[in-house]
Write a protein that binds this ligand. Sequence first.
Ligand code: NAD
Ligand code: MN
Length: 358
Amino acid sequence: MKTYKIAAIPGDGIGSEVISAGVEVLHAMATREGTFSFQVDHFDWGGEYYKQHGVMMPENGRDLIRHHDAILFGSAGHPEIPDHITLWGLRLNICQPFDQYANVRPTRILPGITSPLRKVQGPELDWVIVRENSEGEYAGVGGRVHRGQALEVATDVAMFTRGGVERIIRFAFKLARSRPRKHLTVVTKSNAQRHAMVMWDEVATEVAAEFPDVTWDKVLVDAMTVRMVMKPESLDTIVATNLHADILSDLAAAVAGSLGIAPTANLNPERNFPSMFEPIHGSAFDITGKGIANPIGTFWSSVMMLEHLGEKPAADRLMSAIERVTGDKRFHTPDLGGTARTADVTAGVMEAIHAANA
Ligand code: NAD
Ligand code: MN
């Protein structure tokens, strides 16, 4: 029997609440399938660790998870520590060195969930956003000079390499090809950002030639927000830069009903390093410790993890269990307008896993 080694990093805030729910569900999945099991190793990195050690994770931290099959991540963000320290010290400190350059964010309106878009019921909205996850506006290039003085200057340089753009656009075309619609929308801002974004457009045209069976179009990022709201059915697979896709995917999560549902995968497609799976949401200080965090985003991220591990039937079964539970309003947490607690949703999904046959 195959044993998958999973590194669980709950991080801060509701991270530990949703990750412990996720781990419970993963073990239930393994029991249900009977063909694999999980060895889950927990790492207590994050804000509390920082308060004790002055760093978000130990210096040899990546060595400790380097040979795991996947990473399940909660959230980086602590009320007493500046966000750029928690983000760069933990999440980006894993994503960047592990070259998880493809951030994949599916968006659908699950059964029982009401979209804030009046006309959207469900099937007309089925997107996957591919976010470039290794460079661009979040490359970390820049600095501050004359700190605190009148002359102070601060720069964040959006850094794009042709190789980096090519690999993400090729990844997006491949993903688009694997989906029924076979359509890719390339998002840039090549009117105002006239260097790197123009290169994106050029690279997209070049790479598109390798995918004659995939249709594609381009749209500027500001117009894209309008299209997502007004014509959601015109979109399928979407690729955009680190910053642009970060913003678009929060909009996507909102349109799909709640930030608490949305999943994401940080993939190293070449599998030279472990990939990382996490809900899109953050630490949610306002509801931390109340037991009402929606664990669906973590469960859906676990579906993506199972797919990545090659356990497609298990992934499909977990997804149907999730959809069965969202379809039942008794399992809606307060972010969805219900009164269910994290533990109720978790129990509901576990029951649906065991009830499902085939
Ligand atoms: P957030 O996602 O933590 O919360 C935004 C709102 O959504 C809050 O009202 C929260 O209660 C609600 N919400 C989020 N997840 C939910 C869930 N699972 N169930 C129910 N409600 C949920 O975003 P924020 O408030 O901007 O950030 C809080 C902290 O989290 C900050 O420190 C930020 O840096 C960090 N953060 C981390 C990540 C990450 O690690 N990937 C992502 C976003 C924010
Ligand atoms: Mn974000």
